[in-house]
Design a protein around this ligand. Structure first.
Ligand code: FE2
Length: 294
C-alpha cells in the first residue's frame, strides 16, 4: 500500500517543493492544521442553523450517489446559486420530508455557501487557500461550488468512487477539490479514500446536460483500481486537496461519531467552462475567485 505523505500547513498556505512533488505523483495532498479548529466549529454551527431554519415545505431532495435519482430533480439542478438542504435516502417520508430528527436526515448542503453565507465565505476565501490554489497551478482560480457533507453517526451514507472532473467540466480539465475535515475523520467513521496516482489515468465519465437532460456519459470503461485505494484519515482542521481526475470516495459512517466535512471546488478561469455543466449561475452571479468582489 502506497503511503500518502502528510504535511503541516505552511504559514502563507503556499505549497512547498515537497508538496508539489507529492501532488504530481499522487494527485492528493493531506495538509494538517490547515484551518483553525474554531473556524471548523463556526462552519458546523452555521450548517446546523441553516438546517434548523429550513422549511421542508420549500422542497427537498434525496441525494444519493448510489441511486442518482436526483439527476432530474429541480431542487438539485437549481441549487448552483443557492444554499439548499439535501436529505439522505431512507430518511424521508412519502412526502419528501425528514422522517427522523432533521439533523440526522441530512446528506449535504449545497452549493453556493461560499458566495452567499458570510461564515462560509470567510473560511472559503482564506488567503492561505488562495495561495495554495495558485501554487498548484490554477492561474485564475474560481470558486464554483461548496458543500457540507453531513455523515451523521450510524447513518452517514457512502460516496462511491468518482473523479470530480466528471461533474465540473472545463476545457482543458482544471477542477481541484478542497476537502476540509470539520470533525476528526478516520477509517472508523467514513473518511476519504483515494487511489494514489490515479489522476494519471483516464477520465471515466462526464455528467452533463444533453438535450435538456442530465446524463452520465462513459468516456472510458476502465474500472477504478479500488484495490489500490488508501484511506485518508484527517483530524479536524486537515485539508485534503484532490486533483480533479483523482479517483476517490468515502465509506458509510457506521460508527457512533459524526463526520462532517466542508468541500470547496475550484476551476481555472483561464479554462473554458463547459455550457453543459449541471452547475449554473445566473448572469448576475458569476463565479468569483478568492478576492473580495473578484
Ligand atoms: Fe469528490
Amino acid at each position: 500500500m502506497t503511503a500518502i505523505p502528510r504535511f503541516a500547513a505552511t504559514a502563507d498556505g503556499a505549497p512547498t517543493p515537497a508538496m508539489l512533488e507529492t501532488w504530481d505523483r499522487d494527485g492528493v495532498l493531506v495538509i494538517e492544521n490547515a484551518v483553525p479548529a474554531a473556524a471548523c466549529d463556526a462552519l458546523i454551527e452555521r450548517s446546523r442553523a441553516i438546517v434548523e431554519a429550513w422549511d421542508p415545505a420549500e422542497g427537498a431532495a434525496v441525494f444519493s450517489t448510489t441511486a442518482p435519482r436526483h439527476a432530474a430533480d429541480r431542487w438539485f439542478r437549481e441549487s448552483g446559486d443557492k444554499v439548499r438542504v439535501f436529505l439522505k435516502a431512507g430518511a424521508v417520508d412519502a412526502g419528501g420530508r425528514p422522517s427522523s430528527p432533521r439533523l440526522d436526515a441530512v446528506n449535504k448542503l449545497g452549493h453556493a455557501m461560499h458566495d452567499l453565507d458570510p461564515v462560509f465565505e470567510r473560511v472559503s476565501r482564506r488567503p492561505q487557500l488562495a495561495a495554495l490554489a495558485r501554487g498548484l497551478g490554477l492561474a485564475d482560480p474560481l470558486l464554483v461550488q461548496s458543500m457540507v457533507i453531513w455523515k451523521p453517526p450510524a447513518v452517514g451514507g457512502e460516496v462511491t468512487c468518482h473523479q470530480d472532473a466528471t461533474f465540473l467540466v472545463t476545457e482543458p480539465e482544471s477542477a481541484v477539490g478542497f476537502w476540509l475535515a470539520l470533525e476528526d475523520a478516520d477509517a472508523g467513521n467514513g473518511c476519504l479514500f483515494a487511489i494514489p496516482g490515479g489522476h494519471r489515468g483516464p477520465l471515466r465519465q462526464l455528467f452533463h446536460e444533453v438535450d435538456g437532460a442530465l446524463v452520465t456519459e462513459t468516456l472510458d470503461p476502465t474500472p477504478f483500481d479500488v484495490a489500490a485505494a488508501v484511506p485518508l484519515p484527517a483530524p479536524k482542521g486537515t485539508l485534503v486537496v484532490l486533483h480533479g481526475r483523482l479517483p476517490h470516495g468515502s465509506a458509510p459512517n457506521t460508527s457512533n461519531r459524526s463526520r462532517m466535512a466542508y468541500t470547496l471546488h475550484a476551476v481555472d478561469g483561464a479554462a473554458r467552462w463547459h455550457p453543459g455543466n449541471w452547475l449554473r449561475r445566473p448572469p448576475g452571479m458569476p463565479f468569483r475567485g478568492f478576492g473580495p468582489g473578484g
